[in-house]
Ligand binder design. Structure first.
Ligand code: FAD
Ligand code: NAD
Length: 445
């Protein structure tokens, strides 16, 4: 039996961003992982997705110049792109594991299961710790339908050696919209089956509607108010059927109907840790219903978006708490979110809907009419800024190929509550979106 100061279940961003500083501060730390080291973001999420999206964005940006200077057509070789992605990312779990070990962290491979509130078993071996952090993340929601064995998820999509000619995505949330945007640009025929009548629930719906129109123009075929009910193998192909009787013949069906917390195999009952269908229940110090057991990242039952930066923030909070450098309840700053679609939608702080409901000032900016966006021929680019009663910027929502940079450049202003006088002290490189910010802060009407 080994004893640790802190034991982490899971090796994702919600774990290692706490484990590293704790170990480097002299605590005896272990990480337990049953799959690839470093979790979903590194292996099955953000990182592989953004590498595969790289040439998609380049292609879209370049094609905007068609007829105004760009003459060549662009094509993507999926297999080469996938091999490149694997070459870059396959090294990361190995490198991170080495870094963990160099920092003094013990890495335990296998599935963790609680024996009691102080003890966890892995492969028949028991480990005890003063503090245990559950950072076991989420996995795709299983669909319990006939033929479920033929369904694949984003995990498999992000490792496909060849891209099938015909793909059906089930769900129209973040995962489907990002991966469908990639697949259609590479040349696949793409269908989306969505149970409601809209896409990207979390985002400003007029922008989501614009994106939907763009995705349809790009060739993606949407089937709204439809639920997948059956998948059958027909020789080399798959036939899908919806509850209303729509049938499609395809080569690949990606189930992206949401994600569920990884709670099942942890034997949480033995530890007295309570959870529900959304995840593990914690207090404002991220402590579970059992003293000494904490949780971090996607596994939490929380209202904040389940994203990597949120998991990192929680992990750092826990490390600071365990080291005595933090005694306050967790206080989340505004969290920037983005859908990496073509174009992107991103937002931070007070949403347009919240502003409308509370009577705050909303300033729409037609970015596409500004010379720099017009210069790139990005005529459909939009931004909405939200100001509070003191005319401070408190929220922003962007629809643009450059939405990532736009929202990130507004993040410090919104988070730190900077005034236009303070922003005037910043000299940004020009030409850039950032140089327009002081003007937006002065003209709130
Ligand atoms: C396709 C996709 C794209 C995404 N893109 C983005 C993006 O662009 N930006 C962004 O901010 N977020 C993105 N996310 C979300 C992001 O990946 C997660 O928010 C982040 O990974 C959460 O980190 P975590 O440490 O809480 O959990 P995870 O990364 O899920 O790590 C949990 C780990 O725990 C392990 N585990 C579970 N149970 C056990 C057990 N019993 N014993 C041992 N180990 C166990 C799992 O194997 C896993 O490795 C994306 C997610 C997906 C699926
Ligand atoms: N860019 C990013 O930050 C990013 C990217 C990908 C994933 N993520 C994370 O992963 C999470 C999960 O993403 P997701 O897209 O899997 O889930 P989601 O909850 O965002 O979307 C799932 C969609 O599937 C639909 N749906 C549910 N059941 C259905 C059924 N039976 N048939 C048809 N449609 C159905 C829902 O209406 C919903 O629109 C996100 O909430 C986010 O936390 C983030």
């Amino acid at each position: 039996m080994s004893n640790f100061d802190v034991l982490f279940i899971g090796s994702g961003q919600g774990a290692w961003n706490a484990a590293m500083p704790l170990s480097m501060s002299g605590q005896k730390v272990a990480i337990i992982e049953r799959d690839k080291i470093a979790g979903v973001c590194t292996n099955y999420g953000c990182n592989p997705k953004i590498i595969l999206d790289g040439p998609i964005k380049v292609m879209e940006d370049a094609q905007a110049y068609k007829g105004i200077g760009m003459t060549s057509e662009m094509k993507i070789n999926w297999s080469e792109l996938m091999a490149h992605k694997n070459k870059v990312l396959d090294a990361l779990p190995v490198m991170l594991e080495e870094n963990f070990k160099k920092a003094g962290i013990e890495v335990i491979k296998g599935e963790a299961s609680f024996v009691n509130e102080k003890t966890v078993a892995v492969n028949g071996q028991e480990y005890t710790a003063d503090k245990i952090v559950i950072a076991s993340g989420q996995r795709p929601t299983p669909l319990d339908i006939p033929g479920k064995e033929y369904l694949k998820t984003s995990n498999e999509f992000l490792y496909l050696e060849d891209l099938p000619d015909h793909i059906v995505f089930v769900g129209a949330g973040y995962v489907s919209m990002e991966l469908a945007s990639i697949a259609v640009k590479v040349g696949a025929t793409v269908h989306v089956i969505q149970s409601s009548d809209h896409i990207l629930n979390e985002f400003h719906q007029p922008y989501a509607q614009k994106l939907l129109t763009k995705m349809q123009q790009d060739g993606i075929q949407f089937h709204f108010n439809e639920k997948l009910s059956k998948v059958e193998q027909q020789e080399e192909q798959l036939q899908i059927t919806t509850e209303k009787g729509l049938t499609l013949t395809t080569q690949l069906v990606i189930n992206a109907t949401g994600r569920v917390p990884n709670v099942e195999n942890l034997n949480l009952e033995a530890a007295g840790v309570e959870y529900n269908s959304k995840g593990i229940i914690v207090d404002e110090y991220l402590q579970t219903t059992q003293k000494g057991i904490y949780a971090s990242g996607d596994i939490l039952d929380k209202k904040q978006p389940r994203l990597t930066p949120t998991a990192v923030f929680e992990a750092k909070y826990l490390a600071a708490s365990f080291l005595g450098a933090q005694t306050q309840a967790i206080e989340y700053p505004p969290i920037a979110t983005i859908a990496f679609t073509v174009p992107r939608i991103a937002q931070i702080g007070v949403t347009i809907e919240e502003a409308e409901a509370t009577g705050l000032t909303i300033k729409p900016i037609d970015l596409g009419k500004q010379w720099d966006f017009a210069g790139r021929n990005e005529t459909e680019a939009h931004l909405n800024l939200v100001y509070n009663q003191e005319q401070k910027l408190v929220g922003a929502t962007a629809y643009s190929q450059e939405a990532l940079e736009i929202i990130n450049s507004l993040t410090p202003i919104i988070t730190l509550g900077l005034t236009s006088k303070e922003v005037d002290k910043l000299i940004y490189a020009f030409p850039s979106f950032e140089t327009m910010i002081p003007r937006y802060l002065q003209e709130t009407k």
